[in-house]
Design a protein around this ligand. Structure first.
Ligand code: 5GP
Ligand code: ZN
Length: 113
């Protein structure tokens, strides 16, 4: 999508600190990290929100979860603990309307708000 900031990151038009990339997925550092580890995982395909994936995206979503687990291990937070979350639409606090998964850790996050 032409005016989507995360599509532009996936296309290399906007720089990001990439931590993983393959043909379907991209993971990069959040520009405004809320914790010592704060990585975003996106599908390269533009899906706006968590409402958009269909059955054809089952493998893609599973791969995003497995990548979150892998990144947590690589960053050394898997044993201490971390949080994986997807914000959806206004009540979920979504700000960027290209589906993304946050991987947040490296400090005591406390209970969910
Ligand atoms: P949301 O609230 O939509 O779930 O989270 C969007 C996230 O994207 C925020 O944590 C924000 O810091 C991050 N973000 C917004 N714009 C950019 C950007 O241009 N580059 C990077 N790396 N992260 C961004
Ligand atoms: Zn997009």
């Amino acid at each position: 999508m032409s005016d989507c900031i995360f599509c532009k990151i996936a296309d290399g038009e906007i720089p990001a600190t990439v931590v993983f990339e393959d043909d379907e997925l991209l993971a990069f550092e959040d520009v405004n990290p809320r914790a010592p580890v704060h990585v975003l995982i996106i599908p390269k395909e533009h899906l706006s929100t968590m409402n958009d994936p269909g059955p054809e995206h089952e493998t893609l979503l599973g791969r995003m979860m497995l990548l979150a687990s892998r990144i947590a291990k690589e960053r050394g937070v898997s044993e201490g603990g971390y949080r994986v979350l997807v914000n959806c639409n206004a009540d979920g606090g979504q700000e960027v309307f290209h589906l993304h998964m946050h991987v947040i850790g490296g400090r005591r996050l406390g209970p969910m708000a």
